[in-house]
Design a protein around this ligand. Structure first.
Ligand SMILES: [Fe+2]
Length: 554
């Protein structure tokens, strides 16, 4: 019996209607109906394939591709298949398909660039390096092989404990011999300098990458990140009011950030991290409705955390609980420092008892160590200060800091024996710290990461200096070592104060605990990275100099 085929547009409209009614089984039936009715019609199946990403139906997209491959298998369809596999996190299958495509035609730099990303996403960076080294034996003049190796080493070093990027520069240079001005290579150089916190060079290479190919979305997105997170270029010093003004949406630098992020999204709408970053910019400007609209566009972790903050800040507790529930099913939930900080406040503010896995009582985990000299010799602190002054560490103001400045380039990636001694002292103190708290049943201690990168920066404050409350959600364990503490006119001067309150949190009548630690020369204070802390102003004319650091899991 012949079935009467309905026009495909009508079926897709019906699917959208079922979808908006949250009737997902009937929505899926619509796609199945098209698949069975038009199983021999490549063009109509292709129409279905173009529609499915708009509703995120990747499994059905894969079925559609299978049906299409029985009719024809052009390169474009294989590229679509790669894309669908990445959406389903089938990176191994994506790798094999890209290799097949490169076997047919190896002239697409984009395919090489994507292949590197798939090796990284499937946690097979070493295998990728091995693959490209084998390829190099057959072809020593293909720039994409060198650029791919440079990119793979970028990822490998980024995930290691020390940020020495020598192989990235080596392979990049080798590739440049055969193709200069390659947009992907220039972008990787920008990313490398960004990781090294050499921000003016990072900006230069992202701009060069865009110049080489204005339609490449990746450097636009990276430049947007650079402008929005690092508002003051390296080497420049602006006062706090000027810095604060740069965070406003109508400031020159923020306009540049938004321009590049929007350009990236117009070139490639599937950049989910870029969408959440634009949301973060609105969140930072307290434009919560706009931020919520953006975060709702996708369900990646950063967007859900952004939504959680928006709903808490605006006291929309029904939605706060619903997002919290959604986050709790994800792997990162128990380790999220952002979630933990919010819950420490919400549990007291709203009288709740929600399980705060990472660290429910972070104030109990503040601990300090005093050592006369971490290297056993005299004047350790003044030698460290002299060493830092002799290095090019970059200077930036940041909005939280008054009458002070901090370095940008990570201290412990410098070629300095003295700074290495301080690093080793901090590492051994962290090991002692972990032993002290070993019996505590919290994720912060139980799931202590195996490897860390230690990011450290020097903070110098002058008379009247202070630092507003903040935490370090990218760290696991944070800390500060005091090199020089000014005289205290008042006993609280220049001290560090820990609390559970962020200035954007809703006003609460509840009583929140806090903790003040007296600062003094050579004191090392360690604490969970979720915990808010601030510096109390001081009025002595001597500088307050310290080294702050994060142990970041790798
Ligand atoms: Fe801090």
């Amino acid at each position: 019996m012949n079935t009467i085929k309905k026009p495909i547009d009508l079926v897709l409209d019906k699917a959208l209607k079922f979808r908006s009614d949250k009737n997902f089984p009937d929505e899926l039936e619509c796609y199945k109906e098209i698949l069975s009715s038009y199983s021999k019609n490549y063009n109509l199946l292709n129409k279905l394939l173009k529609f499915l990403p708009t509703v995120g139906r990747w499994e059905i997209a894969l079925e559609t591709i299978s049906a299409m491959k029985k009719i024809d298998c052009p390169t474009e369809l294989m590229i679509n298949e790669v894309f669908v596999h990445t959406k389903l996190h089938n990176f191994r299958l994506a790798i094999d398909l890209v290799k097949t495509l490169l076997g047919k035609d190896d002239s697409s730099p984009l395919l090489y660039n994507n292949l590197v990303n798939y090796y990284n996403n499937s946690l097979c960076i070493d295998e990728g390096i091995e693959y490209f080294n084998e390829e190099l034996k057959n072809d020593k003049t293909n720039p994409d092989i060198y650029f791919s190796l440079a990119f793979l080493y970028y990822y490998k070093i980024l995930g290691s404990t020390s940020l020495i990027f020598t192989p990235v520069f080596k392979y990049s240079k080798l590739g440049e011999k055969y193709r200069s001005n390659d947009t992907y290579n220039l972008n990787v150089l920008g990313m490398t300098y960004y990781a090294m916190k050499i921000l003016d060079k990072a900006e230069y290479y992202f701009l060069e990458s865009i110049k080489a190919d204005p339609t490449n979305s990746i450097p636009h997105s990276n430049l947007g990140v650079l402008y929005s997170y690092n508002l003051t270029p390296q080497g420049s010093v602006v006062d706090k009011a000027e810095y604060e003004s740069t965070k406003r949406l109508d400031s020159t630098v923020m306009k540049k950030a938004i321009h590049h992020l929007n350009t990236a999204l117009s070139l490639n709408s599937s950049l989910t991290g870029t969408v959440s970053l634009v949301g973060d910019i609105f969140l930072g400007n307290k434009l919560y409705d706009k931020a919520i609209n953006l975060y709702k566009k996708n369900s990646n972790w950063a967007s859900l955390e952004g939504l959680l903050k928006c709903y808490y800040y605006t006291e929309d507790y029904d939605n706060f609980h619903s997002i919290l529930n959604e986050l709790s099913s994800r792997d990162s939930f128990k380790e999220s420092r952002n979630v933990s900080a919010l819950l420490s406040h919400a549990n007291i503010n709203l009288g709740l008892d929600i399980n705060n896995f990472y660290c429910p009582n972070p104030l109990a985990f503040v601990h300090y160590f005093d050592s006369p000299s971490p290297d056993g010799s005299l004047n350790f602190n003044s030698r460290i200060i002299d060493e830092c002054n002799s290095l090019e560490l970059g200077i930036r103001n940041q909005g939280l800091l008054s009458n002070g400045q901090q370095s940008t380039i990570s201290l412990f990636d410098q070629d300095s024996k003295l700074l290495l001694k301080l690093k080793n002292y901090i590492i051994s103190a962290a090991a002692d710290y972990k032993k002290i708290y070993k019996d505590h049943d919290v994720e912060f201690i139980k799931n202590w990461p195996k490897d860390f990168q230690i990011s450290a920066w020097i903070v110098t404050m002058d008379k009247g200096g202070s630092l507003s409350p903040h935490n370090h959600p990218n760290g696991w364990l944070s800390g500060v070592y005091y090199l020089s503490v000014p005289e205290k006119v008042n006993k609280h001067d220049a001290n560090i104060k820990f609390s559970l309150i962020h200035p954007d949190y809703p006003h609460s009548e509840a009583k929140f605990p806090d903790l003040e630690i007296n600062t003094k020369d050579s004191r090392l204070v360690l604490f969970p990275s979720s915990l808010y802390h601030q510096t109390i102003p001081f009025y002595d004319s001597n500088k307050r100099i310290c080294i702050a650091f994060d142990f970041q899991p790798v």
